[in-house]
Design a protein around this ligand. Structure first.
Ligand SMILES: Cc1cc2nc3c(=O)[nH]c(=O)nc-3n(C[C@H](O)[C@H](O)[C@H](O)COP(=O)(O)OP(=O)(O)OC[C@H]3O[C@@H](n4cnc5c(N)ncnc54)[C@H](O)[C@@H]3O)c2cc1C
Ligand code: FES
Length: 273
């Protein structure tokens, strides 16, 4: 049981909920993992943790209002109670700074579409901190349908100030928009990372991840070095019910973050037919 301590409006249909446990310590999690959040009397849905393990304070989840449960979550106010089960699933495999483990020095390109930046937010915090300590360079490429749909603007500015290369593109510009226009894949060629020494993390609509992963492979990136975060309907989160099946994988247990290699790239391509 958790209590909402703050609700932050990110865009017209996206809010971040800050939650504190009613009793006990905050849940431990790794960047990219998700929790099952429940609104009593409405239902339960999978929502990624959008905070960073290094940040003290409440557990953060960023929610887009698309249906019954996400609407009830989006409407919840400070003081309301929410059920939290988790954390579940795989993570972005980030080496934390000062963990006594050799620093990852490969470039890392992070590509997010829309609210796909939420499951990546904690990872980017860690990666930017690692870059400051001599870790790989961070390239963050963000795509949104229109400027009003860009989430975490303050973070984007802070990460750029801290040395990450941040590029944003929108599908549809407004008269005030001064930045890039076009699909997020159009940013790849100009970003400046080394395709032979890079790892990639992709999260967003499946079609965006498919085209981005293919473009990266065409640039020479090793498919094993490309991680994608896949979404399927989740019910148990524990590998019991089969709702989240993706070929032979159960994405609550074997995912949601998987390497874009072999079977996964074939399954992602087959869904196009
Ligand atoms: C591992 C994982 C992590 C996730 N992380 C987040 C997150 O951080 N933030 C977040 O907002 N959502 C996230 N989701 C998606 C979220 O679980 C769904 O949006 C939610 O289950 C929808 O439930 P609902 O009852 O609100 O809508 P429903 O009533 O189930 O659906 C309403 C409408 O939304 C559509 N819809 C359902 N699921 C999705 C979806 N995944 N994407 C877009 N449209 C959908 C349906 O087709 C339907 O038209 C994640 C999903 C998974 C599997
Ligand atoms: S959600 Fe039940 S098996 Fe994955």
């Amino acid at each position: 049981m958790h209590r909402v301590v703050e609700r932050i409006r990110e865009t017209g249909d996206v809010v971040t909920l800050c939650l504190e446990p009613v009793s006990g310590a905050r849940l431990d999690f790794l960047p990219g993992q998700f929790n099952m959040l429940s609104v009593f009397g409405v239902g339960e849905v999978a929502i990624s943790v959008s905070g960073a393990p290094r940040d003290a304070g409440p557990l953060r989840h960023t929610v887009r209002d698309v249906g019954a449960v996400t609407h009830a979550l989006s409407e919840s106010a400070a003081g309301d109670l929410i059920g939290v089960r988790g954390p579940f699933g795989s993570d972005w495999q980030i080496t934390p700074v000062n963990a006594g483990v050799a620093m990852e020095t490969r470039d890392v390109v992070v590509v997010a579409g829309g609210i796909g930046l939420a499951p990546l937010r904690g990872a980017v915090h860690e990666l930017v901190a690692a870059q400051r300590e001599g870790g790989g360079r961070v390239f963050l490429l963000v795509g949104a349908r229109e400027p009003s749909q860009i989430v975490f603007n303050d973070d984007l500015e802070a990460w750029a100030r801290d040395g990450a290369k941040v590029m944003v593109s929108v599908d549809r510009a407004t008269t005030k928009w001064q930045g890039r226009v076009g699909l997020v894949t159009t940013l790849l060629g100009d970003a400046g990372f080394d395709p032979s020494n890079v790892r990639a993390m992709l999260c967003g609509p499946e079609i965006m991840m498919r085209f981005t992963a293919r473009a990266l492979v065409d640039m020479g990136v090793d498919p094993e070095a490309i991680l994608v975060s896949l979404e399927r309907n989740m019910q148990c989160g524990l590998g019991w019910c089969g709702h989240c099946q993706f070929g032979p994988l159960l994405l609550c247990r074997d995912g949601p973050i998987v390497a874009y290699a072999g079977l996964v790239s074939r399954l992602l391509s087959e869904r196009e037919r």
